[in-house]
Ligand binder design. Structure first.
Ligand code: FES
Length: 103
């Protein structure tokens, strides 16, 4: 059975916003894309930057370090210099609470 953690309430993040959530050693980025929540690792796969400090444009997160981009819905890199996919997490909405599966 998957291990789930509460990452935020829906009211915590307006559409177009994101935030970093720490769970033990893990750092996640939670995104609200037009009311749908997505979660990825917060650490950019290109370097030592936190994606939650970047810019969310639609479904794309732009890293603040070298301006590479990822699609937050799939984790796939969409813009250079990023070439390694981000880990994504399955989101489980329960009422006004946003949970993710972490294993
Ligand atoms: S560290 Fe994110 S694009 Fe380089």
């Amino acid at each position: 059975m998957a291990n789930q953690i509460l990452v935020c309430k829906t009211a915590d993040l307006a559409p177009g916003e994101m935030k970093r959530v720490e769970h033990g050693e893990q750092a996640l980025a939670v995104y609200n894309v037009e009311g749908t929540f997505y979660v990825t690792d917060d650490r950019c796969t290109h370097g030592l930057s936190n994606l939650s400090e970047g810019v969310l444009i639609g479904t794309e997160i732009e890293c603040s370090m070298h301006f590479g981009t990822f699609d937050v819905t799939t984790g796939e890199p969409t813009g250079s210099p990023c070439s390694i996919a981000l880990r994504t997490y399955k989101v489980d909405m329960r009422g006004d609470e946003v949970f993710v599966d972490i294993d």
